[in-house]
Write a protein that binds this ligand. Sequence first.
Ligand SMILES: *Cc1c(COP(=O)(O)O)cnc(C)c1O
Length: 287
Amino acid sequence: MSRSGARLREVGCTNRTHLSDYEGAIGPETALLLDVHASNYQIVGFTAEVGLEELVELGRKHEVPVMQDLGSGCFVDVTPFGLQGEPLVQDTVRSGADVITFSGDKLLGGTQAGIILGRSEFIAELRRNPLTRALRVDKLTLAALEATLRLYRDEDTAIQAIPTLKMIATDQKTLVDRAQVLVKALRANIPESIEVTIMDGSSMVGGGALPTQTLPTKLVAISSKEVSAARLEAHFRGYVVPIIGRVEQEHFLLDTRTLQPGDKEVIVEAVGQLDISLQSSGPTIGL
Ligand SMILES: *Cc1c(COP(=O)(O)O)cnc(C)c1O
């Protein structure tokens, strides 16, 4: 924003901001009221913030456009899945904001892209800026984004077909079933020195949305008394299809929430190669 030549004027303080702070800051040169939603961080405790509708009302009163940077573009209410939701793009449009920006690849689950929605007069002005051409996305990005957005025309389809949403929506019973099926397959294949168990854990949604929030999950934990979890992790990460898990308390952990169809077969194969790999894994010694 500074690069554009705009002078940024912060209002309120870190934890508490009131409408009067905005009102007091508006002057003859004020061109925009910008609200940046805390999509990827959280301020907790003694806090106050101004609702978008109030801000829009203030903007109208002073004839200053209001922009909200939503960060994560969320079209589906995720509260039924046990999360405190992000504001929905639809609600933000309804609240009357003049310009709304959000990412194509966070909760939206599409391509890496920045999306700008807004009143046609402002969008037309943005289009005229030469940077629009320099930053314009290519046809492949647009095609992929369109395919994802089309899925949202039916919410159930979106939840089933968009990996981010599908993972968030996966219920506990499915997670338990997946864990049991995977553990059984692994035990049939695993070298003697390796143990596999199911553990309770939590999934972090991540990806710049829903900060600090987690969902309960079932983890498949792989461990060994003879080799460190770090070496197990290196084996899986270095496998011909890299398998990325996390290490906690000497266990290599796979979150069943993130398993996709076909993953089980690859993990079973990788476990079958553990013996050979651990005997000859020079480069990972000392981890
Ligand atoms: C993630 C984020 C951005 C950047 O979005 P990208 O399109 O992913 O680069 C901007 N603003 C906020 C508040 C964000 O959370």
